[in-house]
Ligand binder design. Structure first.
Ligand SMILES: *[C@@H]1O[C@H](CO)[C@@H](O)[C@H](O)[C@H]1NC(C)=O
Ligand SMILES: [Cu+2]
Length: 127
């Protein structure tokens, strides 16, 4: 009897684990990876690349660029609109940066002189 109950409990645990893995898997399957600017990469006039795309929290943006002439700076709405870099802003400069989107507004600019003004900025709303 005791053994019967034991295996029933084990089966329940196994089932719960299986369900948990299934949930985790579907969460992962849900997240998408986007190459910013598509084949053109992260460059001037990328500002409208986001149009018509649907982003979710946890999706990954891949910024591909030549790091000797561009970078990726995480900014706020003010920094995005005015092309300015807030104090302490996170700067990526590898040339192949993967950035996970947070829920809500995510703003990125290149802060090399005049690049943001040249449309090297994106605003991404992740739901
Ligand atoms: C981006 O879209 C806006 C609004 O439609 C437009 O005025 C602007 O010229 C576009 N910029 C580029 C670089 O295509
Ligand atoms: Cu740039």
């Amino acid at each position: 009897m005791a053994q019967g109950r034991g295996s029933a409990a084990q089966a329940a645990v196994a089932l719960s684990l299986a369900l948990l893995l299934l949930l985790l898997h579907s969460e992962l399957a849900d997240s998408a990876t986007f190459t910013v600017g598509d084949s053109g990469g992260w460059t001037f006039n990328t500002v409208n690349w986001t149009k018509g795309k649907r982003f979710r929290a946890g999706d990954v943006l891949v910024f591909k660029y030549n790091p000797s002439v561009h970078n990726v700076v995480v900014v706020d709405a003010g920094g995005y609109n005015a092309c300015t870099t807030p104090r302490g802003a996170k700067v990526y400069r590898s040339g192949n940066d993967r950035v996970k989107l947070a829920r809500g507004a995510n703003y990125f600019i290149c802060n090399f002189p005049a690049h943001c003004e040249g449309g090297m900025k994106i605003a991404v709303n992740a739901v």
